[in-house]
Ligand binder design. Sequence first.
Ligand SMILES: *Cc1c(COP(=O)(O)O)cnc(C)c1O
Length: 430
Amino acid sequence: MKTITEVQNPLQVFAQIESQVRSYIRNFPVVFAKASGHTLWDNAGRAYIDFFAGAGALNYGHNNPVIKEKLIEYLRQDGVTHSLDMATEAKEALLKKFNEVILAPRGMSYKIMFPGPTGTNSVEAALKLARKTTGRHTVLSFTNGFHGMTIGSLSVTGNRMKREGAGMPLTHALSLPYDNYMGADVDTAAYIERLLEDGGSGLSLPAAMILETVQGEGGINVASSEWLRRIEAICRKHGILLIVDDVQAGCGRTGSFFSFEQAGITPDIVCLSKSIGGYGLPLALTLIRPDLDKWQPGEHNGTFRGNNLAFIAALEALNYWKDDAFRQSIGKKGQMARARLEKIAADYPYLGAEVRGKGLMLGLAVQEDELAEKICACAFERGLIMETSGARSEVIKLLPPLTISDEALNRGLDILEESVKICQRKERGL
Ligand SMILES: *Cc1c(COP(=O)(O)O)cnc(C)c1O
């Protein structure tokens, strides 16, 4: 039996017992009970199309049936679940397959590090290694970049509210203007180049630069391939390590497995997490240029680096990358979604909208404060889960599972359009 208060407020238990820090629950105020593919169901049986996909941790959908079978089989046969960084069959298979399916075909020879199961673990390992191998302290980061919530990752993250949560100075990092930060007329790569070359700039030689090629939390800002190549060239010229944080934009989100492939750059260190675990299971990798692999055994460790269930799921998910079909399907769906967003932007001038993104990592940036949040709230009432992005939450962010059908993708976009229309009526007081 449910108590009266539980019936009146389905989130009573969370409000009473869970910390104030909870956040997404506030935008999607129902209790979820079930999930499959692109759909989530609440405990009243209502279905929602998921354009949030675990913030990019569910690129292959909820409870992907092929991966699920492998997990069940592994559990049935008492496969090792927890193994620190001991050798297991599951880990051996993953290392081999990641090398065969992802690294070798791209001519990459990265060493693979298991830094702990979260994105911020991967970033912390990258920052440590960059400082250790160069003997320098400063890391250059970018405006609106997001790299995680631990102190090192926060120090290279842009968002002021999140930074203030640290409660201490965030040091040895300097934030530089990302591509287009000052508008199309200001060449931010030239600015960075000048800072590094000029002995009067006040900047000493940094250990590394860390960047996202598409900023997931910071507003779906896309760096151009040209800008990325120039940043890479600046790094090479000055002996600065280039770290690409592909935690959200990687694993196919922007169309290719790595988000930086189209630009043709070769980062020294790559951070992966979110969808690398295949099934929403915690897993992170840090890919290291072989000559930088200067760790002492155990110099970086962590209890949950041997999450074998995630290894099994990741192993199966890599099958999506064995040929070109999956990549092509992401490109097609991305183009279709983008065209519809362009049409919404054109048909509803009140939005003052700009379409952003790449592949199936898309955003609709709107002018007015709080409008994006209102549209997402309206969409949620109509059965679509979407989050906002950007420092002012001004961007409606679309991150559907990459496995979503055209039909469901269109249905979600229909709900978005309808929500845009309803919010317009509300704006006009109708
Ligand atoms: C989510 C994210 C992280 C942090 O990952 P956690 O698993 O939340 O620690 C780091 N970098 C980027 C680009 C992310 O999107």
